[in-house]
Unconditional design. Structure first.
Length: 73
């Protein structure tokens, strides 16, 4: 089965080297390494990081759609 996706979509886009993303990632790793962290605190930190990545991916997808809108004539 042939993929209909644009070839540029097959290449994974790197996550932004943003300070907020890095802080969230480091927070999750610190909590994972800590033996005194509650499960709820770890779950909240992981959830925040996952939501940040998901919203960034959605933003990139919307930009891709917007770029292709005018070329579909």
């Amino acid at each position: 089965m042939e993929s209909r996706l644009h070839p540029a979509l097959h290449r994974p886009a790197p996550y932004p080297a943003d300070e907020a993303f890095e802080n969230l990632r480091q927070r999750v790793h610190v909590l994972l390494d800590s033996g005194e962290t509650s499960r709820w605190e770890l779950l909240r930190a992981e959830w925040r990081y996952d939501v940040a990545l998901l919203t960034n991916d959605f933003r990139l997808w919307m930009q891709h759609l917007d770029r292709g809108f005018d070329t579909a004539k």
